[in-house]
Design a protein around this ligand. Structure first.
Ligand code: ADP
Ligand code: MG
Length: 329
């Protein structure tokens, strides 16, 4: 059996920080014991409120941050302790697209140079081949040759993000981590860029880890969805299962807050109590217990593990909640 494209085992990324008032040293558990398997051709959504560790997870997978603990396997190969030299040949296969295309592009470089840059690193192609590849990818992202001589400031946000996508794809990667790729764009162009990402994924059989705080975007694009809270996965399920039958109270609250277009549709929003706790001082027990409408004494004492839960309709989820485990019995 071939190994999954990406496997993350008990991954942790802790940042050392000082508490502002006392100056006491502590850690922020930005990613805390995450397990995730991503198969070739899948689009996995990663959702959760700002600060829950989505970007840290994405960057740690790509080894842009050091790993505190756990393992990262790419095609079954343990890359956790690879140095930059060992990572270099793999970098072509694993790309990341960030939220802000303006910050991702060098303002002094024309589009042609920016898109060609990854080909120069690989050193595999002649100048003519590189130019042909750049022209082809520019067509594929819907820009064409007329943009090749432009500078980033001469383009719109949507066009700039297309350039970033072209640059990310020019070396034919397998895994693309999309970190809020449309969140900084005008609402009017968001769906165009999302459709482009969807088409590219299909045409090239790409694998996406798609990070977003926007559940509607994730519903549109993804096959599976992982819901994160304070560095941990609270629920993981196939997209339809998760949206139609959310089990974790946190997922239920997030989904209930999505605006419904039909004003007659009945939907009761679950208003969560309080703020997300400080990641420097997370609650004991279940991380969600301070805001959960169903929290019991046990939830305040013990942390539930992410476990497989069989649902009445036949689907399975993974959920980290004693309440969900209870349904099983
Ligand atoms: P998200 O992408 O979900 O908004 P992040 O991964 O950016 O979340 O951040 C997760 C947590 O880690 C936050 O509490 C954030 O403040 C903290 N964090 C992120 N980067 C650093 C860093 N370099 N040093 C210390 N803490 C950080
Ligand atoms: Mg982020």
């Amino acid at each position: 059996m071939t190994a999954p494209l990406l496997e993350i085992k008990n991954l942790k990324k802790y940042y050392p920080v000082k508490k502002t008032r006392s100056g006491e040293k502590t850690v922020v558990k930005a990613v805390d014991d995450i397990n995730l398997t991503v198969n070739q051709g899948e689009i996995i959504g990663l959702v959760g409120e700002s600060g829950c560790g989505k970007s840290t997870l994405g960057k740690t997978i790509l080894k842009l941050h050091s790993v505190t603990d756990g393992q990262i396997l790419f095609h079954g190969e343990d890359i956790t302790s690879y140095n930059e030299n060992q990572m270099r040949p793999l970098r072509e296969k694993m790309q990341i697209i960030f939220q802000d295309p303006y910050a991702s592009l060098n303002p002094k470089k024309r589009v042609a140079q920016a898109v060609m840059a990854p080909l120069n690193v690989s050193g595999k192609y002649s100048q003519k081949e590189k130019e042909e590849k750049v022209e082809a990818i520019m067509q594929e992202v819907g820009l064409g040759e007329k943009f090749l001589d432009k500078y980033p400031h001469e383009m719109s946000g949507g066009q700039r993000q297309r350039v970033v996508i072209a640059r990310a794809l020019i070396n034919d990667p397998e895994l693309v981590i999309c970190d809020e790729p449309v969140s900084a764009l005008d609402v009017s162009v968001r769906s165009q860029v999302l459709n482009l990402l969807k088409d590219l994924q299909k045409d090239r059989n790409l694998t996406y880890l798609f990070i977003s705080h926007d559940l509607s975007v994730v519903e549109y694009l993804c096959d599976k969805v992982a819901v994160m809270y304070l560095g941990r996965i609270m629920e993981l399920a196939d997209k339809r299962e998760l949206y139609e039958n959310p089990l974790h109270p946190y997922t239920q609250a997030l989904l209930s807050a999505i605006p419904v277009p039909d004003i007659h549709a009945k939907k009761e929003e679950i208003i969560l109590q309080g703020e997300v706790p400080s990641p420097m001082d997370p609650p004991k027990g279940c991380l969600f217990c301070t805001r959960c409408p169903h929290a019991s004494d046990r939830c305040r004492r013990e942390a539930p593990e992410l476990k497989t839960v069989e649902c009445a309709g036949g689907g399975t989820h993974q959920a980290a909640c004693f309440l969900c485990e209870g349904r099983e019995e």
